[in-house]
Write a protein that binds this ligand. Structure first.
Ligand code: BGC
Length: 768
């Protein structure tokens, strides 16, 4: 096994660090995170603060700090803050001698654990053991068990409470801090500076072991802290249990009242009961979502780590977006990009459709924002935000990067030219429908989104009379280094796809649900003549075709005429390593070097390309791709699987799955912006590589299809999928696959394996 960076695993369910590396605080804080989709709590130590990147990022708290360029989620005060002093010296991994060190993330139970023995040359020694979790039974709760054992006689002091001096990367979010106390509970009530959102953090403790000599509560700047003094003998033990509730006014009427009540209730229940409820939830989650990889422990832990990270980033409690860095920090504003539909949604479509439904419904909830954006830019219909928060209004600023050589701001057009986001949303809605056959959802929400996107595209295409075709000009495709291009293949093909889906949904509703169809069209201010436009565009949109000889699809008009150079050669032209490679003056702009999969992304998403087209395009674009985005490797793995490049597929699987765990992300800084944290799309991409890539899973009109190619170093692969309301158990061995339809399924499902097709009855298996 080769778990890098000081990490190991015993069972494939945990990652364990055996020595402390002070150089890796950003990475380990992200990797050892706990969370529940409502909040993300970084896997840092209790005694740390802002400078060690402690963060508790809470969804649905978007706010623009004064002087900041954009709105982002708030990092809220740390209610688990706890420092231990022995004769005046703080127990810290930075100072003193550390032995028996262990930091672990137990992914099966959603627990973060730490153990260490601390000893100081000037005196003092303790054994510390901590366990904490972000409850999945009540998503407001953070719960901790902090236990220490004195190794020597001495004066011990615990400083524990709420640390309000938070790490906030774009400025202060809170205009007021009010300290509150109710009986033994303490709380901070905060108001954000832009929208006046009220956020409450309430903390309560239960102590056991030796009684403190003294105990007081003090307010210090933005912190509200308890001080507990103990006189301990060697062998004495103290256990501090903490329950913290974090609530806010975007979710409820009286957040502070609820937070106090929840902490009181939590303390009554006690640590073990709270933990049991939380564990039950995780057990149920893994029951459906686990992927078992036999014969390769490293791949096993990587698969679970990525599923874990994708899941804790997903706000399962509400229709809210998955942030591009999840809740691991404030980077990318906790907002959804196209990543959500193309990388994260598929796993939920086939394992937890109720979560998938939240995500696609979120795109319906944010239609008003998408329509405002279209209108502002002179279009109609729904132009989805490139960076989408609560309302769906565009959060991406006009200026994101700056030129590291001159300090001048760079105008990036992600927000107004990267129009593929709208057809990507249709892709998401359609893939949810295809997986679940939830027609009610389509009637209630999906159809309207699809029609509004179709209308946007009608207003965005140009008709070239001389060529009798529709074209899309002034675009930014997935490859963000080339802005202002025409007929980006990915965007044009996805536009056709969206138009076809719009026509299909329209015509199906016309047959079966005329009333609802009329209601939607009326609300949109259009009538049935719209269908003719959609059909015409679907038919006449220009689709760059594979070259008749080389079979390569040109990424956009004129791409082949750009300088042909490798990313490695091009890199040598950088004057400063932090330079932005893209528009308008970056080193890649006039070359064929791509930031990330673009034509390859198209081949990964849509079916129907022949093997020679898959292979030719993979072979052409792969060496020209810089992988400047963490989205890129998983897409390459997927297409490598389709093109039967098995070695390449595995190489990119490893690259994608280790981006965070092994800190393999190339860019923490780009164009002067900090881009650290968990790469949530890459995490979702790992599920895609295994299930769609290695197992070769596809949905067919009446069932499912598998065409497995197990990586050489794996002995087997087992997982479950819920497709068209049938639960399937899939078991792949070196040269065989068995698909079993669950006993409880209510209907037959047609399963196609490489050499056979069969309609499986509940309880039946097919082996191929
Ligand atoms: C990528 C985009 C992606 C965004 C958020 C950018 O670096 O180029 O494709 O949507 O990151 O993950």
């Amino acid at each position: 096994m080769n778990l890098q960076n000081n990490l190991r695993t015993a069972t494939g369910w945990e990652i364990i660090e055996n020595s402390f590396d002070p150089e890796q605080l950003v990475t380990t804080g992200s990797n050892f995170m706990i969370g529940n989709g409502y909040m993300g709590y970084r896997g840092t130590f209790e005694e740390w603060g802002a400078k060690e990147f402690v963060a508790c990022v809470v969804t649905d708290t978007w706010d623009q700090a004064e002087g900041s360029r954009w709105s982002e989620l708030c990092n809220v005060p740390n209610g688990l803050f706890t420092q231990l002093f022995v004769d005046g010296r703080m127990v810290s991994a930075f100072d003193g001698q550390i032995s028996n060190y262990f930091r672990a993330l137990d992914m099966y139970q959603g627990l973060n654990q730490r153990k260490m023995t601390w000893q100081h040359a000037k005196g003092g020694s303790v054994v510390l053991e901590v366990e904490k979790f972000a409850s999945h039974a009540n998503h407001h709760l953070l719960v901790m068990n902090y236990c220490f054992k004195a190794q020597e006689k001495g004066n011990y002091r615990l400083v524990t409470g709420i640390d309000g001096a938070v790490w906030s990367i774009n400025g202060e979010h809170f205009q007021s801090y009010k300290s509150l106390q109710e009986h033994d509970l303490i709380g901070l009530e905060l108001h954000t500076s832009e929208l006046n959102t009220e956020i409450a953090v309430v903390e309560g403790i239960a102590l056991s072991g030796v009684k403190p000599e003294s105990s007081k509560i003090r307010k210090e700047d933005k912190c509200l802290l308890r001080e507990l003094e103990f006189k301990l003998e060697a062998g004495d033990e103290i256990t501090l249990q903490k329950v913290v509730s974090i609530t806010h006014s975007n979710e409820m009427e009286n957040p502070i009242k609820t937070a106090f009540a929840e902490v009181e209730e939590g303390l009554k229940l006690g640590y073990e009961n709270l933990k049991e409820d939380h564990q039950d939830h995780w057990k149920r989650f893994w029951e459906r979502s686990d992927i078992q990889i036999l014969g390769n422990l490293e791949a096993q832990v990587l698969a679970r780590f990525n599923i874990y990270q994708a899941y804790i980033a997903t706000p399962t409690h509400d229709n809210l977006p998955i942030g591009a860095r999840g809740l691991s920090c404030q980077v990318y504003q906790g907002a959804a990009f196209w990543d959500q539909e193309t990388f994260n949604l598929p796993m939920y479509n086939y394992t937890h459709p109720e979560i998938a439904k939240n995500l696609v419904t979120y795109r319906h909830d944010t239609l008003p924002g998408a329509k405002r954006k279209a209108k502002r830019l002179g279009y109609y219909g729904a132009f989805y935000a490139w960076t989408s928060g609560k309302t769906g209004d565009e959060l991406f600023p006009d200026y994101f990067f700056s030129d590291v050589l001159t300090g001048r701001r760079i105008r990036n057009h992600f927000n107004c030219w990267q129009i593929h986001i709208s057809p990507d949303v249709v892709y998401g809605i359609w893939s949810y429908y295809e997986a679940t056959l939830n027609w009610d959802f389509m009637l209630q929400y999906g159809a309207e989104v699809i029609f509004e996107v179709a209308q946007f595209l009608v207003s965005r295409v140009h008709f070239k009379k001389d060529k009798n075709q529709f074209e899309l000009i002034r675009l930014l495709g997935p490859d963000e280094y080339h802005e202002n291009v025409d007929n980006n293949a990915y965007t044009n093909y996805l536009t056709k796809y969206a138009m076809e889906k719009a026509c299909w949904v329209f015509e199906t509703m016309k047959k079966d649900d005329q009333e609802r169809l009329s209601a939607i069209l009326e609300a949109m201010g259009i009538n049935e003549t719209a269908l003719a436009n959609w059909k015409e565009i679907a038919e006449l949109i220009y689709l760059p075709q594979p070259d008749s000889e080389t079979k390569v699809i040109e990424q956009f008009d004129g791409y082949f005429k750009l300088e042909d150079i490798s990313p490695a050669e091009l890199r040598k032209r950088l004057i400063d390593p932090g330079e932005y490679w893209g528009w308008p003056n970056g080193i890649a702009v006039n070359t064929q070097v791509l930031k990330q999969a673009d034509v390859i992304q198209l081949l990964a998403l849509l079916d129907g390309f022949t093997n020679d087209v898959l292979t030719a395009n993979y072979d052409y674009y792969e060496p020209r791709t810089e992988h400047g985005s963490s989205l890129s490797p998983s897409v390459h793995a997927l297409v490598a699987c389709k093109a039967n490049h098995h070695g390449e597929a595995y190489r990119y699987f490893m690259e994608s799955s280790t981006i965070d765990l092994y800190n393999a992300s190339k860019k923490v800084m780009s164009g002067g912006s900090f881009l650290g944290g968990i790469h949530t799309a890459a995490a979702g991409g790992v599920w895609l590589i295994i299930v769609k890539g290695f197992a070769g899973f596809e949905v067919t009109d009446n069932g499912v299809k598998f065409n497995p190619a197990l990586p050489q170093s794996w002995d087997g692969l087992e997982f479950k999928l819920l497709v068209k309301q049938c639960l399937l158990h899939i078991s792949i061995a070196k040269n065989s696959i068995t698909v079993t339809s669950d006993d409880d399924n209510g209907q037959n499902i047609t399963v196609t394996l490489p050499n056979q097709t069969q309609a499986l009855r509940p309880g039946e298996s097919l082996k191929g």
